[in-house]
Design a protein around this ligand. Structure first.
Ligand code: FAD
Length: 450
């Protein structure tokens, strides 16, 4: 089978890799200048680093297995996470049950309630129970109004903006449930987070090399403009430079917005499903500092006046010596599409963000800054609402031979490399299976022969 994979993010690469292993012919087209999509990297102090902070959890078995399979398991390191919560001008450690008990912004009873709500969710395996209630309402009801006001409300607002009150509890269940599973037992309950030394870009390079060596045609800087059809089924793609590339199957591993721009009409219902999730955009302002900002890796902001939702101090996770001794701090934001921050120049962002760093560390001074970068990622996080399972688009589109594989099909888990890799593999298997079952004709979304 001749397959075109659109998008060289981790989902597209995983699909291409598995198809090639089964002897299929693959061409992969990526619009951006490099492979990796949201896991793209840049260089700091002679070392590669993700433009958007990345770590993995011990429950991320697909990516762990793939890194092993690529012979890179020796570079995968597991470290204790250091999570904090910034509230009322100070940093509270926020990892263990003991930390929670010490979290004085909440009255003791509310701390206990918040902790018990987390423990309860940890023991619940059936996420379907949480599909019809929003996270906002569940937290208010079970952890209490004060826990919502002080802890969960600011976190949900930070990530989902004006849609914070709409997010499904199934999403929050998965975040808490899977995250607890990344912890040890006992009162200390330290969470382990994983990182690939040399950056996650290193496994993406290796995947890219394997895909190339297996004979795939890869082009970066080459957007697909539209899907070509012949007699109602996929016949290939039309590329940005006007070329047509023939294919028996096309896997579109791209977000909803570019997908809808390149496809023929797919019918009202399927298009409604693809549009059913709004996608937040990400803005990361990355600092390389001569001094550490804090002792915490992941510091959630509980103060609504601070114009970023977290500081992610990578060098409190991975040693700064790897980055020329510099301290790397991401200031993270998720914003609705087209938010005014995206139009600001780096200098305007300096003025917006930097005055707030003295709240976190009163000694912070601009001459600590050795370098800084701004990264913008449209289509970074789909917002999953109540009852989303009914709305989620099937990877098989109504056009035989055309498949969709993107983050809006990750549910109930929160999106992450692990699940994007898993989805890419699943959709590749689906395309191969359809081909095997139907011969050259392919199947449509209802599994009918075209
Ligand atoms: C701020 C941030 C932090 C994150 N933190 C973590 C983390 O800690 N751990 C973790 O595991 N995951 C994390 N993630 C999530 C992870 O990055 C994603 O789950 C994963 O990268 C998604 O991969 P993808 O292939 O589905 O999509 P993408 O990476 O979006 O890839 C889609 C690709 O399609 C290309 N494309 C679009 N249109 C076209 C076209 N017309 N023609 C050709 N190509 C096209 C795009 O250029 C892009 O490269 C984070 C993401 C963000 C934004």
């Amino acid at each position: 089978m001749k397959v075109v994979v659109i998008g060289g993010g981790v989902a597209g690469l995983a699909a291409a890799y598995r198809l090639l292993q089964q002897g299929h012919e693959v061409a992969l087209f990526e619009a951006g200048p490099q492979l990796g999509g949201l896991v793209r990297t840049f260089e700091v102090g002679g070392e590669r680093l993700e433009a958007f902070y990345h770590h993995i959890f011990t429950t991320d078995t697909t990516i762990i297995g793939l890194i092993e399979e690529l012979g890179m398991g020796g570079d995968l390191t597991w470290r204790d996470s250091k999570v904090g919560f910034f509230h009322g001008g100070r940093i509270y450690d926020f990892v263990t049950p003991i930390d929670l008990l010490r979290f004085s912004p909440l009255p003791l009873l509310d701390r206990l309630r918040l902790g018990l709500a987390g423990l309860y969710l940890r023991r619940q395996d059936d996420w379907r129970r949480y599909e019809s209630i929003t996270a906002w309402e569940w937290v208010r009801r079970y952890a209490g109004q004060r826990a919502l006001d002080v802890v969960w409300g600011p976190l949900l607002r930070g990530k989902f903006g004006d849609q914070a009150e709409e997010v499904s509890m199934a999403w929050l269940w998965s975040k808490i449930h899977l995250r607890f599973a990344s912890r040890g037992s006992g009162a200390a309950q330290r969470e382990k987070l994983g990182y690939l030394l040399g950056s996650f870009g290193a496994y993406i390079d290796e995947l890219g090399n394997r895909v190339r060596t297996a004979g795939a045609h890869i082009e970066t800087g080459m957007p697909v403009q539209r899907i070509a059809l012949s007699e109602g089924r996929v016949s290939g793609v039309v590329l940005g430079d006007g070329r047509t590339w023939e294919a028996d199957a096309v896997i579109a591993a791209v977000p909803a917005e570019p997908f809808l721009r390149m496809v023929p009409p797919l019918g009202e219902e399927y298009e409604r499903r693809v549009r059913s999730a709004r996608w937040q955009w990400a803005l990361c302002y990355v600092l390389a500092l001569r001094q550490p900002l804090s002792h915490v890796y992941w510091l959630n902001m509980g103060d609504p006046d601070i114009p970023f939702i977290a500081t992610v101090e990578h060098t409190n996770f991975i040693e700064r010596e790897r980055y020329g001794g510099l301290n790397i701090v991401y200031l993270s934001n998720y914003l609705e599409p087209g938010h005014p921050y995206f139009a600001l120049t780096p200098e305007e962002l300096d003025e917006l963000f930097l005055p707030h760093l003295t709240k976190i560390n009163p000694n912070f001074s601009r001459d600590w800054i050795a370098d800084r970068w701004v990264f913008k990622g449209p289509n970074a996080q789909p917002v999953i609402g109540r009852g989303y399972r009914e709305d989620m688009p099937d990877p098989r589109t109504p056009v035989p031979g055309l498949y969709l594989a993107n983050m809006q099909q990750i549910y109930p888990e929160d999106r992450g490399q692990n699940y994007s890799l898993r989805l890419g593999q699943q959709v590749a298997a689906m395309a191969m299976d359809d081909r095997a079952r139907s011969g050259a004709g392919g199947l449509n979304a209802d599994g009918e022969q075209a």
